[in-house]
Design a protein around this ligand. Sequence first.
Ligand code: HEM
Length: 439
Amino acid sequence: MSFNAFLHGLADRAKDALHEDSAVRELGHEIDRHAAGNAEGIAGFVGRLGTWAKEHPGAILNFLRHVRPVLRVKNVCIVTSHAGCAHVLSEHNDFAVIYADKMKMITEGDNFFLGMDDDEPAATTARSAMALVFRREDMRDVVAPGIEALCGRALADLKPRFDVVSEYLRLVPARFAIQYFGFSAAVDPVWLLEATQTLFEYLFIDVENDPVLAERAAAAAARMRSVLESEIASGGDPANADSVLARALRLSATGHAAFSPRAIRNNFIGLLIGFAPTTAKSAAMALDLLTRDAEQAAATVRAAQGPFMDFQALVREATRLNPINPGLFRKARRDAVIWSDGEATQVAKDTLVFVGTSAAMRDPRHVPDPLALQPHRPESAYLTYGLGLHACFGRYINDFHIAMLLRTLLAPGDVRRADGPEGDLAFEGPFPRRFILER
Ligand code: HEM
């Protein structure tokens, strides 16, 4: 029996017993016994968690958090408590990211700072270099008005019946990325979205290393490199003298190695992979949750018509309860300890750790009444953008971006889901494919 099937069976059996400490302890022992006899099965389970991003393994991960918040079996560890996840993500000297090899494929032998640890000086240099051109201070005067205008324009083009995924939620982030980076009209938003989606899947989801996906990713990476090389050579959009690219090229002219054309290319590829697919998917999943029934949909429209900061806080809650991935992966760089609510678990060097952020954000020990949409929770409730050294580079943009996409769509109050299955959010692989709305 697979570990997945075993856990489903156990969770079903345990439904009414989870409030009893002794029953929870016994369930934990049952998991340990099963794991001891099926260590390979646990490895397969963790391997498939990446692929599961599309299959909503939430129920199982939440069950696991209840009975075995840190489950270690041989060289695999599944962490589902909030404290345990926060510990692993914060201790980057003990737990490293695992993306380097694939980053190197994408950048022809180089790496990107998400694939490096802080004892690699190149990581700090590259991250700081990008912060000089992709600036937090742009938020008020460049980013926010830019996104708002693009949302309004895209909404005006929508027909009475439309696919909100392909015609709006994917389009605006890709268009905004092109505008903000300062690329020329030769860069097509649909192509950018699809190429970065393929690379995102290859880097972050495909823990099983599917050879077919690897081939698609190699083709997407080659095209991505060549498109960016020509943008860098030509200077991109001549009308945008203060774009991310224009700033990078000015620094490049000073001869600083962090802004060599190749470094700009590699860093832009990394930023673009983080940018478009994540925003589109987060917005689609938040919209799905916030319109799941008529009552919630009406409350969401009222919130969209109210103060923007309150609506943004509501949308953030939707992304907490419906995040784009079940978690992140790390690997122990040396023998280490994972602390979780006073319990220590030893893990050996090279242990693959699944950091179950989705279950952690529903951990009642750290997020009171976790299943309720409660806007304005403390910052610590959210692990949607990671934590620690590799916390999302775009995290000061994301909540605004998703909330603006949804407010523009919902505030007029005339949009509803289409009847039947077309009005449900459909996925293709790990990414949203279609969600038909009418107005
Ligand atoms: C809603 C949208 C987004 C979500 C859900 C998201 C999620 C995440 C998460 C969970 C991480 C941590 C990865 C890890 O620790 O293994 C991360 C890192 C990162 N994200 Fe985002 N992200 C989003 C948007 C963006 C945007 C707009 C950018 C563009 C700049 C971006 C660029 C990055 C980069 C460069 C990193 C690596 C940071 C580092 O290693 O220092 N992301 N993101």
